[in-house]
Design a binder for this molecule. Structure first.
Ligand SMILES: C[S@@+](CC[C@H](N)C(=O)[O-])C[C@H]1O[C@@H](n2cnc3c(N)ncnc32)[C@H](O)[C@@H]1O
Length: 156
């Protein structure tokens, strides 16, 4: 984690919709997801890729990040290579609302997106049976299993 700190911006602007999950909260998110090496984690709106990279580094699972911003995706690929997890993580440019997750080997999803996007995403993710979702700050439009320290945890 401390070396990951060196690669990524630690200071973010309050209220910025592009703000990443604070580094101090990333480990908590990974714990709440209860990943195993067999898990396949998707970070929907992955930003600088910190959640995917941390999951690959600490759990050794596969992780996929999707973000609208092509520039961010290019940068996250470089960071993952420099962290020696390029074989475990993949980043795609795209809209998370346009993906059919039922066709993918997704087991876990991390969500930190604007509230309106989170609400729209709910119906899409609910179609994935057994999927574990952790959403940061913004709840999905579905009953959560539990909530803790700003995280909402779901199992569909
Ligand atoms: C609040 S940041 C969170 C980044 C990262 N998940 C994290 O936790 O550090 C939200 C990210 O979602 C992206 N985003 C917003 N709407 C999106 C959409 N519809 N599809 C894909 N990415 C989206 C933004 O470009 C931004 O990088």
């Amino acid at each position: 984690m401390s070396t990951l700190l060196a690669c990524l911006p630690a200071v973010v602007m309050a209220g910025d919709p592009d703000a990443p999950t604070p580094l101090a909260k990333c480990r908590e998110a990974i714990e709440l997801l209860q990943l195993t090496p067999e898990s396949v984690l998707y970070d929907l709106g992955c930003g600088d890729g910190r959640i995917c990279i941390l999951a690959a580094e600490t759990v050794g699972c596969r992780a996929v990040g999707i973000d609208l911003d092509a520039g961010k995706v290019q940068k996250t690929r470089r960071i993952a290579e420099s962290r020696f997890v390029g074989d475990l993580v993949t980043f795609y440019q795209g809209d998370v609302l346009q993906v059919d997750y039922r066709q993918l080997p997704i087991t876990h999803a991390y969500v930190y997106l604007p509230q309106d996007v989170v609400v729209k995403l709910t119906l899409i993710l609910q179609q994935c049976k057994g999927l574990v979702v952790v959403s940061y700050l913004h709840p999905l439009k579905a009953p959560h299993k539990f909530t803790k320290h700003g995280f909402y945890v779901y199992r569909f």
